[in-house]
Design a binder for this molecule. Structure first.
Ligand code: SF4
Length: 244
């Protein structure tokens, strides 16, 4: 545990994980995730798809929480682990490895033994949505899982939000826990943006989606820099400790 605090309750996190995985609250997303899992795509036709919601993954005592949007239909919805087996993950894992937060630069399967250090990853919406676009109702229906997950991740000081959707989801989750930014209104998302919200520092990054990485909007250098900043904040006194 990084800061000598109370630490994360593994049993409580496990119970929340089980609850997330069993969730069927959004009829459209349940139908979509299961349809994709049945029909598959040609390149993965021999694989058994997960086809269920995705819980968070990583170091439960980590000081950094990464928040993405939602699982990819043939990525996390296939493998059962966030950012595993899709193009966004192919950009994320090498960056985490270069930063010393992952023990390998590649992750394509949930059973590959990947271990993360000081970082935990969660999605704002746990089921793969059609066209990667959850509705507002689906977003809001899933949001309490992130509030509860963040409450359990006792060591988190820095929240790295991937994309504006992740940024807004992080702010909503913090607000749900009674933590709001100081005067000046809602902090604006941007690549490298930072906002102090209660005991957290929120850091923004462009999402490592193909749309951003293939066009050069997000380069490996840019991503490395924002992850390095998150690590720096987590490891210095710049980020306040969580209240006991
Ligand atoms: S998106 Fe969230 S709330 Fe909706 S079915 Fe999936 S896990 Fe449940």
């Amino acid at each position: 545990m990084p800061d000598g605090g109370a630490g994360t309750d593994p049993a409580a996190l496990l119970a929340l994980t089980a609850e997330i995985v069993a969730c069927r609250r959004c009829p459209r997303l349940v139908a979509w995730r299961e349809l994709v899992a049945r029909e598959k795509v040609a390149r993965f036709r021999d694989e058994e798809y997960w086809g269920r919601p995705l819980p968070g993954f990583g170091d439960a005592d980590g000081r950094i929480l990464i928040i993405g949007l939602a699982p990819a239909a043939h990525g996390g919805n296939r493998t059962g682990r966030v950012f595993t087996g899709d193009a966004s993950g192919d950009f994320l894992w090498p960056a985490l490895y270069r930063a010393g937060l992952a023990d390998r630069p590649v992750s394509r399967r949930a059973d590959d033994g990947l271990a993360l250090t000081d970082v935990y990853i969660a999605a704002a919406v746990r089921c793969a949505p059609p066209a990667n676009k959850p509705t507002i109702l689906e977003r809001d229906t899933c949001a309490p899982f992130l509030v509860r997950e963040m409450a359990l991740l006792a060591s988190v000081r820095v929240v790295l939000a991937l994309g504006a959707f992740g940024w807004d989801a992080a702010l909503r989750a913090m607000a749900g826990a009674g933590q709001v930014a100081g005067p000046g209104g809602k902090p604006r998302f941007g690549h490298g943006a930072e906002a102090r919200v209660g005991p957290y520092v929120l850091v923004g990054s462009y999402h490592p989606s193909q749309q951003n990485t293939f066009t050069g909007r997000l380069t490996a250098t840019m991503f490395d820099a924002v992850i390095a900043r998150a690590v720096e904040l987590a490891r210095t006194k710049a980020a306040a400790r969580r209240p006991e």
